[in-house]
Design a protein around this ligand. Structure first.
Ligand SMILES: [Zn+2]
Length: 220
């Protein structure tokens, strides 16, 4: 049996096939929930005035079996939402993820140290995945040291973060397209070329990472 390409974070719905599995991200108060596997969270850009109601939605629907993770959620120093509100909403989502025993998908912009501190303070007990990571290897190593996973995206194709690609152990990575129109196969292919590994090996390993942390069989 061949492992499919796994696109761990996308905002574009694509039907899943034996060749490719996409995990659609649903933003509370912005997107409609789908019956297929997806992730659900309160994005720091879309925190309502009445965020308590968003917590209720997340807690209620987050229980559904097709919601594989909580997020994306986190901290963003470049958005308009007041930072202390972002922090409160992030803390609450860590609590919900712990309570539902589902992994967390983190959105983080210029607030890595704050994210790490809050995840520790809230005693996160589920797998944590920083999505869209394209920073320096030193920061990657710090996050890996905390036990977190990293998901790399389309920016690899243009920013040539080859040092980052070669520095991350294969059992801690995911790949994603996020809101970009790139193809997941192109991101896998680029990654393999830089790491000098076989595409099938990468597919096997990323699929294994997915099954390990999301505890979700893809009907195989
Ligand atoms: Zn996203």
């Amino acid at each position: 049996m061949r492992s499919p390409f796994v696109n761990i974070h996308t905002h574009h719905y694509k039907e899943n096939t034996a060749e490719e599995f996409s995990l659609l991200n649903i933003i509370v108060s912005k997107n409609y929930l789908i019956p297929q596997p997806c992730t659900l969270g309160i994005h720091p850009w879309y925190v309502d005035r009445n965020y308590e109601a968003q917590f209720d939605v997340l807690h209620q629907y987050g229980k559904q079996q097709n919601i594989l993770a909580i997020g994306e959620c986190g901290l963003d120093k470049l958005c308009d939402t007041e930072f202390h509100i972002q922090e409160h909403v992030f803390r609450k989502q860590i609590v919900i993820a712990n309570c539902l025993n589902k992994p967390l998908i983190i959105h983080c912009v210029r607030a890595y140290q704050e994210c790490i501190r809050i995840l520790r303070e809230e005693k996160v007990a589920v797998p944590v995945l920083f999505h869209g990571f394209d920073k320096k290897i030193e920061l990657a190593e710090q996050l890996l040291g905390e036990g977190y996973y990293l998901s790399l995206g389309a920016s690899l194709l243009t920013t040539k973060k080859d040092g980052l690609i070669t520095g991350i152990p294969l059992d801690r990575i995911f790949l994603e397209t996020d809101d970009k129109s790139s193809k997941i196969v192109d991101i896998y292919t680029y990654f393999c070329r830089v790491q000098k590994i076989d595409l099938n090996l990468l597919k096997e390993q990323v699929y294994k990472n997915f099954v390990d942390i999301f505890n979700y069989p893809l009907g195989r």
